[in-house]
Design a protein around this ligand. Structure first.
Ligand code: PMV
Length: 374
């Protein structure tokens, strides 16, 4: 049993420092599986960060913080903006926000990104991050209060992982806690959507919904949107490959819109094709057929190429992932830079190593596993 468990933990790519603890817990759980080892390793790594000195320094008051989740789009980005379905899954990478009282004025700080603004009362004078944050304060009637909003983003900036929506949700939740407003999840989601409209122009609502509910979802925009829980019975081992090149979602969404306006018939056909892939992927996930899911993701990536939102770095990462055993790989989120998502059959280590060897960042995630958020 121990020998088998050891080889499972090794195959899961668990680092030396936490190997023994992961081994113990995998055996205790009775689920001697690669995904289980990865789930435990991820949890230990998160706990380590939370209890480290650095973490205490930057996160002084964890319980008062608002939290928003990052996400990956498994299939359906861009076409979702045009009323089609998408599948998205939250990842255990978050943004946290904290409100502190101040005599007067509103200061917005994101120390990790070197961002610090004093919020302009006049909407037309607001810049960059001030604008999406400002709309939340305006809608909640808090623009005249004195406060400092401090944001701690673990979701990397402009990497297609839903960072701006996670910031919006974290800020709304932090304001709700601090001022004891009593917002429901629906209220939080609605306010984050208003903020996303300012950040992106014409968002589908997918990102804010994921950042807010943090559950695997099938989503289709509408009034009201269709939001259906997707039951991933067995977490899917996956790798996020990060190019490190900023992908500006507003820009790629704008590019697709221009192309669509030039030839609506052609682009509607592509969106319909993607929609068919998404619906087949829902079935593949329900059938636990990850091979079929991977293939559908590969084809979806081809369609995203047709929409011209890929880049040479994204292509390189997709290629590396597929060559190193991924069952499917595609860009995720807005594209134009940002990240890829690759699903694997068991071990993610060969894909992770190959991506890192090529000089990019890679994160192992278990899609559909429980998130230990707050
Ligand atoms: O790049 P992200 O993480 O903001 O994801 C964007 C997803 C799109 O479908 C391209 C846009 C949207 O609003 O759904």
């Amino acid at each position: 049993m121990t020998l088998h468990a050891r080889s499972v933990v090794t195959a899961a790519g668990v680092s030396e420092e936490i190997f023994d603890e992961v081994l113990d817990r995998v055996i205790q759980s009775g689920d001697v599986k690669i995904w289980k080892a990865q789930e435990i390793a991820n949890e230990l790594q998160r706990n380590e960060l939370r209890t480290s000195g650095l973490d205490k320094q930057t996160r002084p008051n964890e319980s008062a913080m608002g939290i928003g989740y990052g996400k990956v789009v498994l299939l359906g980005e861009h076409s979702v903006v045009y009323g089609r379905h998408a599948i998205a899954v939250p990842i255990p990478i978050t943004v946290r926000a904290l409100i502190e009282d101040r005599e007067e004025g509103i200061v917005l700080m994101i120390p990790r990104w070197g961002v610090e603004y004093e919020l302009a009362g006049n909407v037309t004078e607001r810049r960059s991050f001030e604008r999406p944050a400002g709309v939340i304060l305006d809608k909640l009637g808090l623009s005249n209060r004195g406060m400092c909003i401090e944001v701690f983003p673990d979701v990397p900036r402009s990497m297609g992982l839903g960072g701006s929506a996670a910031i919006a949700v974290a800020i709304v939740r932090a304001l709700d806690r601090h001022y004891q407003i009593g917002l429901s999840d629906e209220d939080v989601n609605r306010l984050a959507y208003e903020s996303e409209k300012i950040a992106h122009g014409s968002p589908s609502g997918l990102d804010n919904t994921l950042a807010c509910y943090a559950k695997p979802l099938v989503f289709r925009p509408g009034d009201p949107p269709l939001v259906e829980l997707l039951n991933i019975r067995k977490p899917i081992p996956a790798v996020i490959g990060i190019t490190g090149h900023e992908g500006l979602t507003a820009k790629t969404v704008g590019r697709v819109r221009e192309a669509w306006q030039q030839d609506k018939k052609l682009y509607e056909r592509i969106f319909d094709e993607i929609d068919t892939l998404v619906l087949s992927a829902v079935k593949a996930i329900q059938d636990e057929d990850i091979k079929a899911l991977g293939e559908l993701m590969n084809v979806n990536h081809g369609m995203l190429n047709a929409l011209q939102v890929s880049t040479p770095e994204l292509e390189q990462l997709v290629e590396i992932a597929r060559k190193n055993g991924a069952l499917g790989a595609k860009l995720t989120g807005g594209g134009g830079g940002g990240s890829i998502i690759a699903v694997c059959d068991g071990a993610t280590e060969p894909v992770i190593s190959a991506i890192k060897d090529a000089g990019f960042q890679a994160i192992s995630v278990n899609l559909g596993a429980t998130l230990d958020g707050s």
